[in-house]
Design a protein around this ligand. Sequence first.
Ligand code: P61
Length: 458
Amino acid sequence: MPTYPPEPFRIKVIEPIRLVPPEEREAKLKEAGYNLFSMKAEDIFIDLLTDSGTGAMSQEQWAAVMRGDESYAGARSFYRLKAAVEDIFGFKYFVPAHQGRAAENILSACLVKPGQYVPSNMHFDTTDANIRARGGRPINLVIDEAFDPANPHPFKGNMDIAKLKAFIEKTGAEKIPFGMVTVTNNAGGGQPVSMENLKAIAEVYHSHKIPFFIDAARYAENCYFIKQRESGYASKSVKEIAREMFSLADGMTMSAKKDAIVNIGGLLCMNDETLFQNVKNELILREGFPTYGGLAGRDLDAMAVGLYEGIDEAYLSYRLAQTAYLVARINEAGIPSIQPAGGHAVYLDAQAVLPHIPQSEFPGQALAVELYREGAIRGVEIGSVMFAYPDPDTGKMIYPKLELLRLAIPRRTYTQTHMDYVADTLAKIKARAASIRGYKFTYAPELLRHFTARFEPL
Ligand code: P61
């Protein structure tokens, strides 16, 4: 059992949470259409829906908020953010955006044409949907080990280089406006990508003159895994590893709500000047003037500070150990999850816990509902609700390879006792798993359906 490290911070401000009595939970579930996105936050005890924008900001970040310069154009806050972005990522140009998907939307609007393809290890759902929304097709080429939950491969987020080469040969580079990789791979267990693999990806894209963009939402956690697991990196700083990573790419999108530990914010960086001009025009249309990009000056300042706190190694070491601890406690309770522990979340193998529920009846969603029913804990399904799409050529439903329930850990927010409560709750569910039933949709939109879908128990 990994030890739970002492937090490298202490608590100065608290936010009360309330445990809704079990007898009130059923009505709340029914009212929400059995979709945890539709529940009131006040009815959740431990909220592991996402690690996005839910972290605790530090005293330095709150102090920075007070320094926010709310000038419409050329604010001091923008220049402080610019200095941090240039120092850590090293790209020639950047714009702020209000969050990751805004950066993805702008990049897709500028580059993706109908019928084109964008490969990655695995796109997360907003990237996937933004490419589809422009008529493009997202393609996932992660290594096969990623689909074997028990396989302990240290870099399970790696792209399969042979598959990537074969895909480009078959499709033609002219149909690929840019290629991506997601670090860490959120859709596949929060698993890291190795530097060796990043170098190989860059080489393949560049040999075909395909621009390479990194989805950098959790780059700092990925860099710390490289430091821990990849030979030659133990004595390098996370910042040095990050600089090496981004020097391989032509740009990046980032949801700053993750590794920059802010409640709102995003980045779009690039080296190409013409693209930068087009991005700025698109940004002005949809987000705001290029020196604020849909954010307040105070948000830019919080991000400038948070970018450095996100690469602090005492913090990262605690962060990854907290996740590993929760994974170990949950596994000890007899619930299998993707191995090894990822960076930001535990990914429960819902299909293994509920083998009697077929994919068409959403085992991940069933487990999510049960976790609320048992302990007022909120997670998110990452399975057929989120990722089953009809094939655009045949119309036949394509199901994802894994049915997962993700418990994402907000940064600097919950303690060891909270993690123990989650593991103990799952142990109780495990004891009565055979009696749990599946769900069917009563409403589902076409794209990103998990946010607003409604269900009925079967
Ligand atoms: C999450 F239920 N992730 O993991 P934005 N890239 C990557 C992400 O993980 C990501 C974005 C881009 C979220 C929030 C979320 O269906 C959901 O700042 C690797 O959220 O726009 C976001 O960044 C987009 C939760 C997103 C969901 C979509 O929890």
